[in-house]
Ligand binder design. Structure first.
Ligand code: 5GP
Length: 195
């Protein structure tokens, strides 16, 4: 997606060879116009998949998930990050190790908002090693819902998550795939290498 790539080049900060900061439009301040275009793009790519719900993880997935859900005319649900185990029987829970924070969160979603009748599109801001996506897939599995696919705003193609998910047969769509962050420079991947 050209507009997204342009934003990344113009406003992104390469913090290290593996971390990109995009606080000016996605992770802190949000560009609603860009989010709308991202939502329309994902909605188009998954238009014929019978999606009933878009599932993301708080907080940075919420803006693009909401816009995708708006265009698909379905609800968006965000899994919450919880600090400790609380004995709430009405939740699906899974563990997710955070790539950027190096912490493990328990994520959860209410059984009211994910059911066996749902066909779910998982969406997240970044795909690195695939931990967040796996955690969300775990919640979908527990609910008995079916997985339509995974929508990723920015995939880091040099990390393992994308290949791992596609090898499992999951339909993954990314709007910008980064090949390298070496020498403080963002290089995009121009062809799909994992199909
Ligand atoms: P994964 O679970 O695939 O290893 O990492 C994805 C999660 O970590 C995303 O939810 C995102 O919040 C965070 N993340 C991973 N890499 C980056 C990055 O380079 N920049 C930012 N801003 N977040 C990242």
């Amino acid at each position: 997606m050209e507009l997204l790539e342009r934003k990344i080049i113009e406003e992104g900060h390469v913090l290290s060879e593996s971390v990109l900061k995009v606080d000016s439009f996605l992770n802190h301040q949000i560009d609603p116009e860009l989010m709308k275009q991202i939502g329309d793009e994902f909605a188009g790519r998954f238009a014929d998949k019978g999606i009933t719900k878009v599932l993301t993880l708080e907080s940075s997935g919420i803006a693009p998930a909401q816009m995708t859900a708006l265009t698909l005319r379905v609800p968006a649900v965000f899994a919450r990050k919880r600090k400790s185990l609380t004995l709430n029987q009405h939740l699906f829970t899974a563990e997710v190790h955070s790539f950027t924070k190096d912490t493990t969160n328990e994520i959860s979603v209410s059984k009211d908002y994910l059911t066996a009748q749902d066909r779910v599109l998982i969406l997240d801001d970044f795909l690195a090693n695939g931990q967040a996506a796996q955690g969300l897939m775990n919640l979908v599995e527990q609910s008995g819902a079916s997985l339509a696919g995974i929508a990723i705003v920015i995939e880091k193609g040099f990390q393992e998550g994308g290949r791992y998910l596609r090898e499992q047969g999951v339909h993954v769509e990314s709007l910008a795939t980064i090949e390298s962050l070496k020498e403080r420079k963002v290089t995009f991947q121009r062809e799909e290498k994992f199909l």
